[in-house]
Design a binder for this molecule. Structure first.
Ligand code: PLP
Length: 384
């Protein structure tokens, strides 16, 4: 086997959590050992320390750590009292959790379309979703824009529609903590923002975790109560129905270490994205980032003419290069969400993207020779 073949046989990770582990392993092991020594596994001091650091990082008044990104979204809807008869507008092109939490509250997710060039909620379709909800006799209450693949949504456009119709805005920043929109960090923009620390997200822990950000003191107090079974002043005197929604102390300790290098990792992701764009813009549609936003590049997603991506994925796989399809089916095509209402005008961009998208390896440890190998392989496959 020659040198070239050996290099090509080495599998490339899609997201390299092991490289980060090699860099931070010692610090994280010590952080975990400190928790094992003090034994405050639930709501220990690391949780409060993490909440203070997260709030400072994004400029929100409150950060409330919780058990997952899904629970972060769900807790906010519960705190807002959203339930049967209420409509919550969600993009159709997202991970299912965005709409799942709406249905779990007994409310109705109304699916709106995205903008094909940003993958994010289209304010005009959001408006048409409000119309569709009203025609069905539902009360439009909230909208959940998603900052898909790490890129902030059109928050000003969505805020205008929300203001016109009295909708509360819950930003689903599960993929985008650390991203910036018009000079402000996500977390400090919407009435409430949810993020996820699932291991594959830009800021991930070693299990499940999430956080909620808000400037609203009353909402923050209610979220903290709902996170522990709606407990009142006495732990065994519940004042409302809540969840087991806490973040483990060990995960908080891990996140405190990872947060220290997160700004550097965001820059590294940005450099990798710029190299992909330079290497691929003439053979595929590469993601657009307007000059008003900074993406944290949870995914690097390109678009190809329909029918071309399976061959690309197979060619890359044969060379040890993984790819992902986010998302092959918009929510309206998934069995659990098929029955929910859709914005007037339908979901043409979501349907189109589901046929065109393919994501390439992306993380903060993608070194240039490996990335050059990926770019060359994509170019070779698309030249056929
Ligand atoms: C990952 C994700 C979630 C859910 O986060 P979990 O921590 O896995 O519960 C919600 N919305 C979007 C857009 C996501 O990507």
């Amino acid at each position: 086997m020659n040198q070239h073949a050996r290099l090509d046989d080495r599998a490339i990770p899609f997201i390299d959590v092991a490289a980060q582990r090699r860099r931070l392993g010692h610090a994280i092991d010590e952080a975990i050992a400190r928790v094992l020594a003090h034994c405050q596994f639930i709501q220990g001091p690391e949780v409060r320390a993490l909440e203070a650091e997260l709030a400072a990082f994004c400029g929100a008044r409150h950060a409330i750590a919780c058990s997952s990104g899904t629970d972060a979204l769900r807790l906010v809807l519960m705190a807002w009292g959203i339930g049967p008869g209420d409509a919550v507008i969600c993009p159709a092109f997202t991970f299912c959790a965005t709409a799942e939490v709406v249905a779990l509250c007994g409310a109705t997710p109304v699916l709106a379309d995205v903008q094909a060039d940003t993958f994010n909620l289209d304010p005009a379709s959001c408006e048409r979703a409000v119309t569709a909800a009203k025609k069905l006799g539902l009360k439009p209450c909230a909208v959940i824009p998603v900052d898909l693949f790490g890129l902030p949504a059109d928050h000003d456009g969505i805020a205008a529609v929300a203001a016109a119709h009295g909708l509360s805005v819950l930003d689903d920043a599960a993929q985008a903590f650390g991203a910036v929109y018009k000079g402000r960090n996500l977390g400090a923009l919407a009435a409430a923002t949810a993020t996820s620390f699932f291991p594959a997200k830009p800021l991930g822990c070693y299990g499940d975790g999430g956080a909620i950000f808000t400037d609203d003191d009353d909402l923050a107090a209610r979220l903290k109560r709902l996170r522990v079974h709606g407990e009142g002043s006495d732990k065994y005197d519940a004042v409302e129905i809540g969840l087991t929604g806490r973040l483990d102390t060990i995960q908080a300790a891990i996140l405190l270490e990872k947060l220290k290098i997160f700004p550097e990792e965001i820059l590294a992701r940005g450099r990798a994205a710029a190299r992909y764009a330079a290497g691929l813009a003439d053979v595929a549609t590469v993601p657009r980032v307007g000059n008003e936003s900074n993406s944290v590049w949870a995914q690097y997603t390109i678009r190809l003419a329909p029918g071309r991506r399976d061959a690309l994925a197979a060619a890359l796989k044969a060379q040890g290069i993984p790819t992902g399809i986010y998302y092959a089916k918009p929510l309206n095509r998934q069995a659990a969400y098929r029955g929910f209402p859709v914005a007037e005008g339908g979901l043409p961009a979501s349907e189109q993207l589901a046929e065109e998208v393919i994501s390439l390896p992306m993380h903060g440890y993608l070194d240039e020779p490996v990335q050059d190998r990926i770019i060359a392989a994509v170019r070779r496959a698309l030249a056929r």
